[in-house]
Design a protein around this ligand. Sequence first.
Ligand SMILES: Cc1cc2nc3c(=O)[nH]c(=O)nc-3n(C[C@H](O)[C@H](O)[C@H](O)COP(=O)(O)OP(=O)(O)OC[C@H]3O[C@@H](n4cnc5c(N)ncnc54)[C@H](O)[C@@H]3O)c2cc1C
Length: 433
Amino acid sequence: MTDRADAIVIGAGVIGSAVAFELARGGRSVIVVDKGPGPGTGSTSSSVSLIRFSYSTLDAVLAAWESAALWNDWEGHLGAADPDGMVRFIRTGMLIFHTPGNNTKRVEALWDEVGIAYELLDSAALAARIPGLDIGQYFPPKRIDDPAFADEATSQMTAIFEPESGFIDDPMLSAHNLAFAARQHGAEFRFHQEVVGFEQTDGRVSGVLLADGTTLHAPVVVNVGGPHSSGINRLAGVTEGMRIHHRPLRQEVFTVEAPEGMRLEDGFPAAADLDLGQYIRPQLGGTWMLGGTEPECDELHWVDDPDAFDPYPTVEQFEVSMMRAARRVPSFGVPHRPVGLAALYDVADDWVPIYDKSDLPGYFMACGTSGNQFKNAPLAGKFMAAIIDAEAAGHDHDEHPVQYVGPRTGRTINLGAFSRRRDKAVTSGTVMG
Ligand SMILES: Cc1cc2nc3c(=O)[nH]c(=O)nc-3n(C[C@H](O)[C@H](O)[C@H](O)COP(=O)(O)OP(=O)(O)OC[C@H]3O[C@@H](n4cnc5c(N)ncnc54)[C@H](O)[C@@H]3O)c2cc1C
């Protein structure tokens, strides 16, 4: 086994595998090291894998819209069919409920600019579109121990509906598909291998040190360690040059039986219920996935050590989530026991990812994915390859951010928007981005 490559990628999640694929496809020899047992077994395996376009900045909307085209033509994008099966993009459309003050004004303006179609639904149209929904407005979101949780609705909600959103049916398999495609271009994946340090030569990164005592050498190292990536950046000594920081946040997602007539198979869409503080994502097999949208009343659970967090959901959050669902859908049958998981987002200060170089030449990072970058994984691979290629050609991405032209729209995405040195972007400050 060789101990040298043109590039080492740390992490074989959906984004690490996408980076490996693009680097290998571009002609580099690539070694991917992951301390887990296979592709996508880190936070990717817990992803809700929702694909939506509702972001607060133009670059983020464009990135999600461009990326969806790659998921839609997955085999064409990969140039290969994984014999273990290929993921599917299941289209559901997405409802976003309005909160007082019109939370979707910015999104609507960006969609108009990019050409993303959507419908405005007044209360009557919303009620007619989704029979069984309580369209009462209860804003702001509350915990169930707040007596005001039981208050009557103050008015009736309106919403926007965007038809192209959906989800990927198996997030872990998507990383497997990307790893398979990367291997077709010669990339090598090494599992159960943990990076514990870095080698530097003449002020550049020149390799990684593994827990088993071996060293792998490469002039390019990319940190795609998911919730571990902030720790990896500290290990590499690159955090001082970053204005945007990122850290792990524990999140719970529940799986529940979908009410009669409100299943994926009945045409029930994904829904961002910012009025109550959670999202609903229909799932194959007659279930829903329920997760939080970080309303102010829900405490954020930051995690110091991503190897030591409780992976089981709490009864407290289960009850809050179930009562919110029951409030929105009166026919929802609250289950007796929690079924779901707890997993980690890697949250950046402004909930926008970091796709960038670092102050250590040769060391790059794709991290801070803030619970909302599964959808962008195919494009993140292309972004990273573009930045790495530009730097190799003598370009300074900090001084002159690389511009990426999306083939779907012909529009330019400024990769400086994902810089570690950016001013904090103005976003929702939540997973919605
Ligand atoms: C509960 C949940 C729901 C989500 N829902 C959505 C959604 O609906 N839509 C959306 O777009 N995004 C969503 N996301 C976000 C999305 O899933 C993540 O952004 C994405 O999966 C991150 O992929 P990754 O490859 O960067 O990280 P990971 O999948 O976490 O991969 C990192 C890999 O690095 C490895 N690693 C770590 N440290 C080391 C080391 N020292 N040495 C070697 N290997 C190491 C790990 O083993 C791991 O395999 C969600 C995330 C979570 C947790």
